[in-house]
Design a protein around this ligand. Sequence first.
Ligand code: 5GP
Ligand code: ZN
Length: 111
Amino acid sequence: MTDCLFCKIVAGQIPTQMVFTDDQVVVFKDIHPKARVHLLVVPRTHIASLDELQSGHDGLVAHMMRLLPTLAKSQGLQDGFRTIINTGPGGGQEIAHLHIHLVGGGLLPGL
Ligand code: 5GP
Ligand code: ZN
């Protein structure tokens, strides 16, 4: 997707504070952090949102989920963390490339 901001970040075309990469995902710091730690876990492949997930993505989804606690601990979040996936305009999704927010550090407000 040539016009997708997160595809450009995946391709290394936009300077980003990268925290972790592997063959399936990139993880970088949110440009407007909502807490001491605010990371975005982004698949390398362009998937617009949860609405677009297919069974062929099951391995990727499991990989992203299992990565979260490891990432949280690597950022010093020993007590826990919050994950958020916004989907579509009704869910407040601004970037149409699937991503998981990993947020923590300090007291988070209740939902
Ligand atoms: P969404 O609302 O789509 O779930 O979240 C998109 C997130 O991407 C927002 O928290 C926003 O701050 C972040 N963001 C938008 N543009 C950039 C950028 O160019 N670089 C980084 N690192 N984060 C961005
Ligand atoms: Zn994309």
